[in-house]
Design a protein around this ligand. Structure first.
Ligand code: IMP
Ligand code: MG
Length: 174
């Protein structure tokens, strides 16, 4: 059995949307103490492009999270594999996610971060798969809503493969 990737969102389509989100965030966070939290590993590509599309002073930090095993189904258990390097008290935190699927990861991170008393916590996610939602989460800055297909590329993986694809695609087993 081999795998083929069908393009869902091209490099150009993603780049244009990331620029729009960056401009919107730049307008809305003017004069704020912005901390971009890149949720590893999946959002490392989106976060690095989004950071460069935001024209504001910011701090960037990383949070390691694991919610999937080797397969394509969420285990439902969110594990922090690496915490932030600094406190976020009184800061304006923007969590950057690759995809909100069941919503469990973001819901868990919002709860965790609120205990640290930031000034605000918002969410930017490149993708949203509403069909699989298990908990209601508010996505403040959303790239694209997609149908219920397992996608890879632009940071997203299938068993750690395909993170380096410059586009978002769907894995097809042939
Ligand atoms: P959630 O907790 O179910 O909302 O999903 C959390 C994480 O699962 C995301 O941040 C991704 O890392 C991963 N994930 C969900 N759907 C996909 C997908 O279609 N492809 C690759 N990873 C996914
Ligand atoms: Mg993720």
């Amino acid at each position: 059995m081999s795998e083929r990737i069908n393009v869902m969102l091209s490099q150009e389509t993603i780049a244009a949307r990331v620029r729009e989100l960056g401009a919107q965030i730049t307008r809305e966070y003017a004069d704020r103490a912005l901390v971009l939290v890149c949720v590893l590993k999946g959002s490392f590509v989106f976060a690095s492009d989004l950071a460069r599309a935001i024209d504001l002073p910011m701090r960037i930090d990383f949070l390691g999270v694991r919610s999937y095993g080797e397969g394509t189904e969420s285990s439902g258990v969110v594990q922090i594999t690496q915490d932030l390097s600094r406190p976020i008290a009184l800061e304006d935190v923007l969590i950057v996610e690759d995809i909100v699927d069941t919503g469990l990861t973001i819901a868990h991170l919002m709860d965790l971060f609120r205990t640290r008393q930031p000034r605000s916590v918002k969410v930017a996610s490149l993708l949203h798969k509403p069909a699989r939602s298990k908990v209601e989460v508010k996505i403040d800055y959303l790239g694209f809503t997609i149908e219920d297909k397992f996608v890879v590329g632009y940071g997203l993986d299938f068993a750690e493969k395909y993170r380096n694809l410059p586009y978002i695609g769907v894995v097809e087993r042939t």
